[in-house]
Design a protein. Structure first.
Ligand code: G3H
Ligand code: 13P
Ligand code: ZN
Length: 284
């Protein structure tokens, strides 16, 4: 079917009231796990690569892998840059065929975040690429944040309204209590804030740090306007746990295919479960 933009995928999700998984990849096996899961569930899918993933695999390799996944699949696939922080890097991704980019200016003050996001939107939209912005800081679980300071990182709904109006982003990633990586305790999501942000911006919202968030919370977030759900850690864990298990089961194994093949299958199972949870199964 080939590549489509995130904006197209999210417009259908908006109309259908479901969300689409955006799954992080670093290598061929994970790209294959994602596309096999999407095909098996007849679901649109967003395959995303972070700057770290691009550095690890190489721009040419990662683009070729995702392009091949899209070309050989019969479901809509978007190739998305996850957490682009640098204008040049985002431009390079657009030039190399990404159909959607995230510009994460959340570490800047509001006006600078608006400036850099607006510059990206101007170029990206001119060439038919969609843009996700981030406002408020989405933490890593490793960042020590005192409870009293927790909400200082959250997105202010009024600022979100201004940010979306000024930048013209296609989707917004707000900070409402999720964090990247494995949670130590139960994540506490601020659903009222999420509802308010949705009401004031009207754009599809993106939930980052979604690994380890209970299914009922994910469903509630989707009912309040989340249309893209980012998953990395749950895939990494399933993949690496199987690699470990295979190596322990047979320390003399030297064929990488016998180690990575089963790991790919475990990752695929996790992704299929997520797709069903998000409500996008059968929508392609
Ligand atoms: O949000 C971050 C993603 O999990 C990607 O992580 O920068 O280690 O590739 P990474
Ligand atoms: P997790 O690794 O917590 O699933 O977060 C993924 C993410 O938000 C990628 O942008
Ligand atoms: Zn993220």
């Amino acid at each position: 079917m080939g590549l489509v933009t995130c904006a197209e995928i999210l417009a259908s999700a908006e109309a259908g009231g479901y969300a689409v998984g955006a799954f992080n990849c670093n290598n061929m096996e994970i790209v294959q796990a994602i596309i096999r899961a999407a095909e098996a569930e007849r679901s649109p899918v967003i395959i995303q690569a972070s700057q770290g993933a691009i550095k690890y695999a190489g721009m040419g390799y990662i683009v070729a892998l995702i392009r091949e996944a899209a070309a050989s699949a019969s479901v809509p696939v978007a190739m998305h840059l996850d957490h682009g922080t640098d204008f040049q890097q985002v431009m390079l991704c657009i030039r190399n065929g990404f159909t959607s980019v995230m510009i994460d200016g959340s570490h800047h003050p509001l006006s600078e975040n608006i400036d850099i996001t607006k510059r990206v939107v101007e170029v990206a939209h001119a060439v038919g690429v969609s843009v996700e912005g981030e406002l408020g800081r989405i933490r890593g679980v490793e960042d020590e944040v005192r409870v009293s300071e927790r909400e200082a990182f959250f997105t202010d709904p009024e600022e979100a309204r201004i940010f979306v109006r000024e930048t013209g982003v296609d989707a917004l990633a707000p900070s409402i209590g999720t964090a990247h990586g494995r949670y130590r305790g139960k994540p506490e999501l601020d659903f009222d804030r999420l509802a308010q942000i949705r009401k004031l911006t009207g754009v599809p919202l993106v939930l980052h740090g979604s690994s380890g968030v209970p299914g009922e919370d994910i469903r509630r977030a989707i009912s309040l306007g989340v249309r893209k759900v980012n998953i990395d850690t749950d895939i990494r864990e399933a993949f690496v746990a199987e690699v470990r298990r295979r190596l322990e089961a047979d320390p003399s194994e030297i064929d990488p295919r016998r180690i990575l093949g089963p790991a790919r299958e475990k990752a695929c199972q996790v992704i299929r479960e997520k797709i069903r949870l998000f409500g996008s199964a059968g929508k392609a």
